[in-house]
Design a protein around this ligand. Structure first.
Ligand SMILES: *[C@@H]1O[C@H](CO)[C@@H](O)[C@H](O)[C@H]1NC(C)=O
Length: 284
């Protein structure tokens, strides 16, 4: 159906305006009940539906949310995702260990990026970045393999700073300057800690993750839509079909209430998203 094609293309276009990225390996913090408690319902809903989303997007949503406590949420550290939601995935590393990263980026948007050890008690970087890019996910060259698959080497002078689970994360940080969107993923780890779990993901699940990730990026670069790929890490990348589902329920809810609220402010992109979701809900 021609009409459907147009609308799907429009929806695809709207989602292309977001960068979207997340660390798929090692397992990073995800939204959970602790995050919900700290950041409030709407910010939680937003990230739970799309953990590939960005910090600025969260803060924009938070503006209209009465249960948002900026300090408690701490959106600039791990996008507000909490250790308490990730206790089962604390990696036990050794001083100077090399850690392999896989990042899934849905759409390139030129920016800068780095990976650092962050002291979560103060949201400060320990030492200097373990890896940094002056140009990352460039729109002109496209995403490079070296930006999505790389290793970092942990410092050998962390002393006891990272001995206790929850105190340190390896944070991947991508600031897509061209669209003012910041993406973060946090891996919980200890060095020199006493006993923690989750240090050894099986290689088969790592392979599955990679396969899933490449499937989903292929799907998104094709501008369309009908594929819902759920990476085995449990990431919830908002695929356009998930988008349609939520748009549908929104439209249904509006219909029930027999009023439709039309966003009067917000960026052109948000309006486009809104229109696309409405149209998509109508054809489904
Ligand atoms: C990582 O990059 C961001 C964006 O440029 C920058 O603000 C931050 O200071 C960098 N982190 C470190 C540890 O240099």
């Amino acid at each position: 159906m021609k009409q459907t094609g147009t609308i799907l293309a429009l929806a695809g276009l709207a989602s292309m305006a977001h960068g979207h990225g997340f660390v798929t390996s090692p397992k990073a913090r995800m939204p959970g009940t602790a995050m919900q408690e700290a950041c409030g319902q709407q910010v939680y809903n937003n990230q739970e539906a799309d953990n590939y989303g960005n910090v600025q997007g969260e803060l924009q949503i938070a503006q209209g949310q009465s249960d948002f406590d900026a300090e408690k949420c701490g959106a600039w550290l791990c996008k507000g995702y909490k250790f308490d939601d990730n206790k089962d995935n604390v990696y036990s590393y050794t001083s100077g260990q090399t850690v392999d990263f896989k990042v899934d980026i849905r759409a390139p948007h030129t920016g800068v990026a780095n990976v650092s050890v962050v002291d979560t008690t103060s949201n400060s970087v320990i030492g200097s970045p373990l890896k940094s890019w002056d140009v990352y996910a460039s729109t002109s060259t496209g995403v490079k393999d070296s930006e999505t698959s790389f290793s970092v080497t942990l410092p050998d002078n962390l002393d006891s700073k990272c001995a206790e689970a929850g105190n340190c994360v390896l944070q991947w940080y991508w600031f897509a300057e061209s669209i003012d969107q910041t993406y973060e993923s946090c891996v919980d780890f200890t060095v020199g800690g006493s006993g923690s779990s989750g240090s050894s993901g099986s290689s088969s699940s790592a392979a599955a993750t990679t396969a899933a990730a490449s499937t989903s990026s292929a799907a998104s670069s094709a501008t369309s839509v009908a594929v819902t790929t759920t990476p085995s890490t449990g990431n919830k990348e908002a695929s356009p079909s998930g988008f349609a589902t939520s748009a549908k329920s929104t439209a249904a809810a509006s219909a029930t209430a027999s009023s439709v609220s039309i966003p009067t402010d917000g960026t052109a992109e948000e309006k486009l998203n809104w229109i696309a979701s409405l149209l998509q809900a109508l054809v489904n």
